[in-house]
Design a protein around this ligand. Structure first.
Ligand SMILES: C=C(O[C@@H]1C=C(C(=O)O)C=C[C@H]1O)C(=O)O
Length: 457
């Protein structure tokens, strides 16, 4: 058709000539499922999945970028325009479905980084009982039957370069060095004792280099495999496995998982004891409660029947323990997931309390003092559909792919009165561990990728 012009980058808030998308879906048969590669997340161009279930996007129909305080509202409006309702006549075996997009939004409105919305060509939607393939297309385009669509889907799956074992990478630079991070923690502790600030989350980055090149498909598979309780995500050049659910909406049900309060698991000799210490520590409870309160405050105007457990539970992840609280609510109106994200991002789990003061302190101590603009780190990452449903995690335990050989990882932690710079630094190391572990898989040297082993007679 020549109409589709995937947009890469581009001026914030602008769009190519308006077009609209519709979607059709069919349930995959067992025979079709068997033809899919195991751990398909490696081949997906976008993903938001947990326990190997969730949404996986393939190809790209369209991409647009937004910036600034209105980045969520602009995205919502543009997405609504892109998905103008049409009622196409569909071949047998296909059902009309709501187009799906993946998105990542910056933590701070002041960021120089783009927030990105990407509309795939295919979305594989896997839940407990079934797998559906959504085909997103121009309603003016002729559409084939399910077998034809599946054949195109398979033929367009990217081939995967071979990978081999582990390879070290080298941290080569940082905007926020370890020393700078510890200085910032000291400054923040002073601000906390003298001013109106109660909690502020500070972060640091590491730029990793791999001479052989990072193997992103293998990295995605490794993330999903080793972090089953987390949501493994990929949107544009942002990847990771976050254990924290910012907000999800399905019909009138909303849910979130708030985390704050951390202990490194490798220093724990007795799991039970550490879990008890975490639950009994006034400092950890204070940090945690600030995060829960910030979510409840922002979600309340949209919700009724909010369920928040009275005491947090201890979530054991491969690298750390967290204090965790699950929140669920009924939404009073059909508020779009993007409107909810706009209100809730960032919670005090990654910002602080009071929110605006904390955001200013973060901007001052990270971006202005050290040039570390968080960009998409600690922002919102997930998927949305044309009915305003979706799931967004907080973009933690992740990294930004800068090019084939460079990836920047980020991690931070909540600072309250009495926080110790060395302990906070150690916590960021523990939080970077899963991402660094997954990045160790390397590409085969070029030339070896296409070696075909002849079948044995
Ligand atoms: C900021 C991060 O994590 C957040 C901060 C936590 C803490 O301070 O204890 C715990 C979980 C997350 O909400 C990160 O992973 O980079």
């Amino acid at each position: 058709m020549g109409l589709w012009q995937p947009r890469v980058g581009g001026k914030p808030g602008t769009l190519l000539p308006i077009m609209s998308f519709t979607a059709a879906a069919f349930q995959l048969s067992d025979a079709q499922l068997e033809q899919l590669p195991t751990q398909i997340i490696g081949q997906a161009s976008s993903a938001f999945s947990r326990h190997h279930r969730g949404k996986f996007g393939f190809g790209e129909r369209y991409r647009f970028c937004t910036r600034g305080p209105q980045r969520f509202a602009t995205a919502r409006n543009q997405w609504e325009e892109l998905t103008a309702p049409e009622a196409p006549v569909l071949p047998n075996g296909l059902r009309a479905s709501a187009p799906i997009a993946f998105a990542a939004f910056t933590f701070d409105a002041r960021s120089d980084a783009d927030s990105v919305v990407t509309v795939p060509k295919f979305v594989l939607d896997v839940d407990e009982t079934s797998s559906w393939l959504h085909y997103i297309y121009d309603p003016a385009e002729p559409i084939g039957n399910p077998d034809a669509i599946f054949a195109v889907f398979l033929s367009e799956l990217p081939t995967d370069a071979a990978s081999v074992g582990e390879e070290p990478f080298t941290p080569i630079a940082a905007q926020m060095t370890e020393a700078a991070f510890q200085d910032s923690v000291r400054t923040a502790v002073k601000m906390l004792t003298t001013g109106a600030l109660d909690k502020v989350v500070l972060a640091r980055d590491e730029l990793l280099h791999s001479a052989a090149g990072f193997h992103i498909p293998a990295t995605m598979r490794s993330l999903a495999e080793h972090n089953p309780t987390a949501w493994t995500y990929k949107v544009a050049n942002l990847i990771g496995s976050t254990p924290e659910l910012l907000i999800a909406r399905k019909n009138d049900a909303a849910k979130a998982r708030v985390l704050a309060g951390t202990v490194d698991r490798t220093v724990a000799t007795n799991d039970q004891l550490i879990a008890e210490q975490l639950s009994d520590s006034p400092k950890q409870i204070f940090e945690h409660q600030a995060a829960v309160d910030s979510l409840v405050e922002k979600l309340s105007p949209f919700a009724t029947d909010m369920q928040v457990s009275k005491t947090p539970f201890v979530l054991a992840l491969p690298n750390v323990y967290h204090l965790a609280t699950d929140v669920s609510a009924r939404l009073t109106a059909s508020t779009s997931i993007l409107d909810l994200v706009a209100e809730i991002n960032p919670t005090a789990a990654v910002g602080g309390t009071p929110r605006d003061l904390a955001l200013d302190a973060i901007w001052q101590l990270e971006a202005q003092a050290h040039g570390m603009d968080r960009g998409l780190y600690a922002g919102a990452v997930g998927w949305l559909d044309a009915n305003g449903h979706g799931e967004f995690g907080i973009a933690l335990r992740g990294s930004v792919i800068e090019d084939d050989h460079h990836v920047r990882v980020y991690a931070g932690g909540g600072i309250v009165e009495g926080s110790d710079p060395a302990e906070e630094l150690a916590e960021t190391h523990a939080k970077m561990r899963p991402m660094k572990h997954a990045l160790r898989v390397r590409k085969m040297a070029s030339g070896q990728d296409s070696v075909i082993i002849p079948e044995q007679a």
